[in-house]
Design a protein around this ligand. Sequence first.
Ligand SMILES: CC(C)(COP(=O)(O)OP(=O)(O)OC[C@H]1O[C@@H](n2cnc3c(N)ncnc32)[C@H](O)[C@@H]1OP(=O)(O)O)[C@@H](O)C(=O)NCCC(=O)NCCS
Length: 110
Amino acid sequence: MKEINFNKVRVEIDLLGNFISLETMNHRLIASSEWALDSKNDNMYISDFKVVERYRGKGYGSFLARIIFGLARLYKVDTVSLIDGSSLEGFWQRLGFKWDKVRESWVLWI
Ligand SMILES: CC(C)(COP(=O)(O)OP(=O)(O)OC[C@H]1O[C@@H](n2cnc3c(N)ncnc32)[C@H](O)[C@@H]1OP(=O)(O)O)[C@@H](O)C(=O)NCCC(=O)NCCS
């Protein structure tokens, strides 16, 4: 089991605005992301995924990503893919994403 390096975090999910954020208990932004479902509802795109600089390297990014994968399962999509994650490949590969030649993007099968 991997250790989690934080004890308390607020998770806010706006299901209408497709926006998710992690905050400290006194409402400081830690990390956020947006998502979109494709027209056939079989893929979820992740976009604008970022962890505020001072909170990086503590596990928040992978924590947020896994909450988004949980949402993807609730939406019953087959895959999650990245719109603008190319510069963060290593991070997404660790979470199981593979390069899809056909779609020309990083994809995770849920
Ligand atoms: C990349 C980013 C999301 C990672 O978030 P984080 O909270 O620092 O990541 P975590 O602490 O959860 O790290 C998870 C794992 O990914 C690795 N990792 C983190 N950033 C990485 C990167 N840029 N490349 C490769 N691996 C990375 C960590 O070493 C860690 O590995 P481990 O599980 O073996 O220990 C964060 O650094 C970030 O937001 N960067 C800038 C994003 C940006 O500019 N976005 C613009 C719009 S896309």
